[in-house]
Design a protein around this ligand. Structure first.
Ligand code: FES
Length: 194
């Protein structure tokens, strides 16, 4: 009797497993792909602007930015070119545009012609004069001289970055010969500092 019950139980379990094994599922279907729909709906909510959307920066915004930067560069280049012209040294005057001026070196007793792309110091030295100097960069007064024609020394020379003489000293006719390029005829006493 007990064995029959156990057999019946075992058989029903086996049958259940077999039935489950062969039973067909309800069939799973993936839900509808709504990603495109969601994207379109989101796109519709974006406000229309004249500016490129963030995702378009590489197309529009980036290009615009580059153009803007390019424009700024252009302006900068223009400014720099202007600055270059302003800061152009008389030493850069090309040979075919050079003018010559007569300079009397009073203490040396010599009068020579010096090109306007050459300093008063260089011009004298090229003619064999032994003139005082130290830095040759307008940063000391070793090469100072006094233009004796009267008036401001800058009526006769252009100083290319002299850093030592103040306006009053220039007014008195003093010059730094190492950075002074002639723009007129004049007489100069070298070795004369204010
Ligand atoms: S040598 Fe120094 S300023 Fe001329």
């Amino acid at each position: 009797m007990v064995d029959l019950v156990a057999f019946g139980l075992g058989a029903s379990i086996v049958l259940s497993i077999v039935a489950l094994h062969y039973a067909r599922g309800t069939g799973w279907e993936s839900s509808q792909d709504i990603s495109q729909e969601v994207l379109e709906r989101r796109a519709a909510t974006v406000v229309e602007t004249d500016f490129p959307e963030p995702m378009n920066r590489s197309i529009g915004g980036g290009g615009g930015a580059v153009a803007a930067v390019g424009g700024a560069d252009g302006e900068e280049a223009g400014e720099l070119e202007g600055e270059d012209e302003d800061s152009m040294s008389p030493a850069d005057i090309p040979e075919d545009e050079v003018e010559y001026f007569e300079i009397e070196y009073v203490k040396q007793g010599e009068t020579i012609e010096v090109a306007n792309n050459m300093t008063v110091l260089d011009g004298g030295e090229e003619s064999g004069m032994d003139l005082p100097y130290a830095c040759r960069q307008g940063q000391c007064v070793s090469c100072a001289g006094h233009i004796t024609n009267g008036g401001n020394s800058e009526d006769y020379v252009v100083h290319d970055n002299q850093q030592m003489l103040d306006d009053g000293e220039l007014d008195d006719g003093y010059t730094l010969t190492c950075v002074a390029y002639p723009i007129a005829d004049f007489s100069v006493e070298t070795g004369e500092a204010p």
